[in-house]
Ligand binder design. Structure first.
Ligand SMILES: NC(=O)c1ccc[n+]([C@@H]2O[C@H](COP(=O)([O-])OP(=O)(O)OC[C@H]3O[C@@H](n4cnc5c(N)ncnc54)[C@H](O)[C@@H]3O)[C@@H](O)[C@H]2O)c1
Length: 480
């Protein structure tokens, strides 16, 4: 194998279909930059052709579970947030909490005092495996740093558990394929918990798209732009400053799914269309190294960070779909601009735009509708899931605008009723694949790269399965 080919493979994880097994909890070293794009196209196509779908997990419904016995791995910020919600949903039992920091796992357990939940606490470095191996668990929730998600989800499914992973679900193409292959072989759900799909405007525009409001959706804009400079340089906010280490070791869009998830559902990606190829352009880093150097001048601790090369501050990735539609996806985690979840939908008959506020709609007449008309369209198109659960989520002050409650409730309701989940393993793989593919493109002067078809052609006939109007299920209570 030539050097350039090896470098390419290392950069993107496109090492073929073999399962590497567990223990892939790598943090990521700086990626090589001189890959050969002919190799890229070839390897990408080989991956696509080589995969034979064992079983189509799109629309798959597992046997119903009366009780859903849950383990949570990773109790930093996100784990306890899911735990607090899950503990109040009917039919759940939180059986195990696992974190390598005992103080975190213990603190989480204390929050359950006085509830019906009495989980075991596991804190060894390999205890996440012990958790997956237990026979009293149905669902493993994975809320560790994202570069650990795939190895943990694969192991959980191997042990006969459904896996629900935080975002993104994988950091390399090889991991994406591992998720797909393992889910198809074990017939266990692998859901990546993309909560932005449950934002009221995002869910409403999905409902509108399904009812033809936009006509043919031609293009979507989306983003996760949030000023995280202070957070990333905090010494104790994230375990081992893992986010900063990712920004110092990867390129490309390393947090694509908040923006991409909702627009992918609107465009029926993996269900009538698919990502075909992408190009990714990245700015230089104007802020992170400067910040590291400023901190290092006053504090020895930051010296190692002052010499690193950081991911560019703004990444812009453009995806073309097989049906010839386009998506513009941004990620900026440094500039001090207001938080933006840009969500623009542009169709042949109408348009929508969320962020910067106020959310707007247009009915094909080149102007945004008046606030009154917006309200009446909102009345007409708000889907049942938001009508039924939105107010409760607000009252419970569930995180991220109530979306955390909606995603957890839907997951449990679907598992209890034996229904397909709103996001399946092909979504997890395709949305997460943007991480390594955008990285490759950035490292190769923004050349295009194919996106593997994780559905192995089934996208042509797969049906949309996010049931935003709660046609089935919906009977699981909250606040128990
Ligand atoms: N969906 C959202 O809105 C949203 C918001 C924030 C974070 N996230 C995602 O959630 C995940 C967790 O983020 P966070 O902010 O909670 O990070 P965090 O650093 O606060 O928490 C991670 C936890 O994982 C633990 N951990 C590390 N290695 C472990 C191992 N081998 N076994 C068990 N535990 C281990 C750490 O001790 C830490 O407590 C990330 O992937 C992030 O992308 C999603």
């Amino acid at each position: 194998m030539n050097t350039r080919r090896r470098n390419f493979i290392r950069a993107t994880g496109l090492t073929g279909l073999g399962l590497a097994g567990g223990g892939l909890l790598h943090g990521g070293e700086p990626r090589a930059g001189d890959q050969d794009r002919e190799d890229t196209a070839r390897v990408g196509k080989q991956l696509e052709k080589a995969h034979v779908q064992r079983f189509n997990m799109s629309g798959y419904a597992a046997p119903p579970l009366e009780r859903v016995r849950i383990a949570i791995i990773g109790l930093g910020q996100r784990g306890p947030a899911h735990m607090a919600i899950m503990s109040q949903i009917e039919g759940t039992e939180i059986r195990a909490l696992c974190d390598i920091r005992p103080e975190n796992a213990d603190a989480a357990k204390r929050k359950l005092a006085g509830t019906a939940h009495n989980p075991d606490v596991l804190t060894g470095p390999e205890d996440w495996k012990r958790v997956c191996e237990r026979d009293d668990i149905d669902l493993v929730m994975i809320t560790t740093p994202w570069y650990m998600h795939a190895a943990m989800a694969v192991y959980a499914m191997e042990q006969g558990k459904h896996a629900a992973s935080e975002v993104p679900a994988a950091g390399t193409i090889e991991e994406c394929w591992q998720l797909v292959e393992t889910a198809e072989r074990t017939r266990k759900h692998c859901m990546m918990m993309e909560n932005n799909s449950y934002l009221p405007f995002q869910a409403m525009t999905l409902n509108m798209a399904r009812q033809g409001f936009f006509g043919e959706v031609v293009h979507a804009d989306c983003a996760y732009n949030a000023s995280k400079l202070q957070n990333n340089f905090s010494r104790n906010l994230y375990w081992d400053m893992w986010w900063l280490r990712q920004y110092a070791s990867r390129r490309g869009n390393i947090y694509p799914t908040h923006g991409l998830g909702p627009v992918s559902q609107i465009m029926n990606i993996n269900r009538g269309d698919r990502f075909d190829f992408l190009v990714s352009v990245e700015s230089a880093d104007f802020m992170m190294r400067a910040k590291a150097q400023e901190l290092a001048a006053a504090d020895e601790f930051f010296k190692p960070f002052a010499t690193k090369t950081y991911r560019g501050n703004m990444n812009v990735t453009t995806i073309r779909t097989s049906r010839g539609r386009t998506i513009m996806l941004q990620h900026d985690a440094t500039s001090p601009s207001p938080h933006s979840l840009y969500h623009g939908i542009y169709g042949t008959k109408g348009a929508a735009l969320y962020d910067p506020p106020p959310p707007r709609l247009s009915v094909g007449n080149q102007a945004w509708v008046s606030p009154e008309e917006f309200q009446s369209l909102q009345e007409k198109y708000t889907p049942e899931i938001i009508r039924r659960m939105g107010e409760l989520a607000r009252r419970m002050k569930a995180g991220h605008g109530g979306t955390d409650l909606l995603e957890d409730w839907r997951l449990i309701d679907c598992l209890r009723n034996g229904l397909p989940l709103d996001q399946d393993v092909y979504d997890a793989a395709a949305w997460s694949a943007i991480v390594p593919l955008s990285e490759w493109s950035v490292l190769n002067r923004s050349n295009p790269i194919d996106v593997p078809d994780f559905t192995a052609g089934a996208w042509r006939t797969n049906r949309p399965n996010m049931d935003i109007n709660l046609e089935r299920g919906g009977n699981t209570k909250v606040g128990v």
